[in-house]
Design a protein around this ligand. Structure first.
Ligand code: JFH
Length: 255
């Protein structure tokens, strides 16, 4: 996969891509990363990438010209057909999710536009970006960290990027639900013991315990996820049992 990133701060990507799994993916030729400084596409004496907002207001807005030129320089160097995904990171984008990561991981080439200050000129959104993504409902200082989040989630889905030990494939059954608790040695840490079932060697029982943990934890913390998930008959019975328990607790048992 080829990734191009447009930013005023290319240094923000040097550490994340300079070691570990990302570096190995680049060194092995699975990913090619191209950083572009938006400022390199300015033509005025002061190399200004931003300007005051029309209509007034605080802060600065990234000018459209340098961003259009940076994307056009990438496009014109391609020999293939059009359809290049150009992703703008912003708080107004469509919500990022594992499903979006999976879709993006099917593309051979992705371009990310990282704004800064108060954002980018609206014409970038309307006439240059083909996609706009938000990583969540909070305001960051720019699109660099969101781009890293999206790229991280996408790259780990590419074949060969994770070591042979790890798998990016979620058990299709557990997809979209929270995880079961995990333990490693020691079996007794400061008196806190690993659940007996995990030491039993009874794999069927372990699988049942983990499934129950997944359902319990998701029901407790993220009931919204249960509505969307595909649950088996046993799962549904457990949800009903746990829901009934909660609704008829010690204080809720007046009738
Ligand atoms: C980004 C920033 C918006 C709100 C005008 C009136 C209100 C500051 C570029 C993505 C997610 C981001 C994100 C992505 C790109 C940029 C900072 C944005 C406002 C604007 C102030 C600049 C933030 N998921 N969170 N944050 N900013 N203002």
């Amino acid at each position: 996969m080829r990734i191009d990133i447009l930013t005023l701060f290319p240094q923000m990507f040097e550490a994340p891509f300079g070691f570990g799994i990302f570096k190995r993916a680049i060194d092995n030729g699975l990913v090619s990363l191209n950083l572009h400084n938006i400022r390199d596409h300015t033509h005025d004496k002061h190399h200004s990438a931003d300007d005051y907002p029309y209509g007034g207001g605080a802060g600065m807005v990234l000018r459209p010209g340098p961003i259009f030129e940076a994307v056009e320089a990438i496009r014109s160097a391609l020999d293939g057909p059009g359809g290049l995904p150009v992703i703008l990171l912003s708080p107004q984008g469509r919500p990022f999710s594992q499903a979006v990561a999976r879709d993006l991981s099917q593309q051979p080439h992705l371009v990310f536009i990282c704004g800064h200050y108060e954002g980018v000129d609206e014409r970038v959104r309307q006439h240059l970006a083909t996609d706009e993504i938000s990583i969540g409902d909070y305001v960051l200082t720019g699109g660099e960290v969101p781009a890293l989040v999206v790229i991280d989630a996408v790259l780990r889905l590419l074949p060969g990027v994770l070591g042979s030990e790890a798998s990016s494939l979620e058990d299709s059954h557990a997809e979209g639900l929270l995880e079961y608790p995990q333990y490693t040695r020691p079996a007794d840490f400061r008196g806190w013991k690993v659940p007996e079932v995990l030491l039993s060697g009874n794999h069927a029982q372990i699988a049942r315990w983990r499934r129950e943990q997944i359902i319990r934890r998701t029901l407790e913390r993220r009931p919204d996820l249960l509505d969307k998930a595909s649950l088996g008959l046993e799962d549904k019975k457990l949800v009903e049992r746990l829901t009934a328990l909660k609704d008829s607790g010690p204080t809720g048992s007046k009738e």
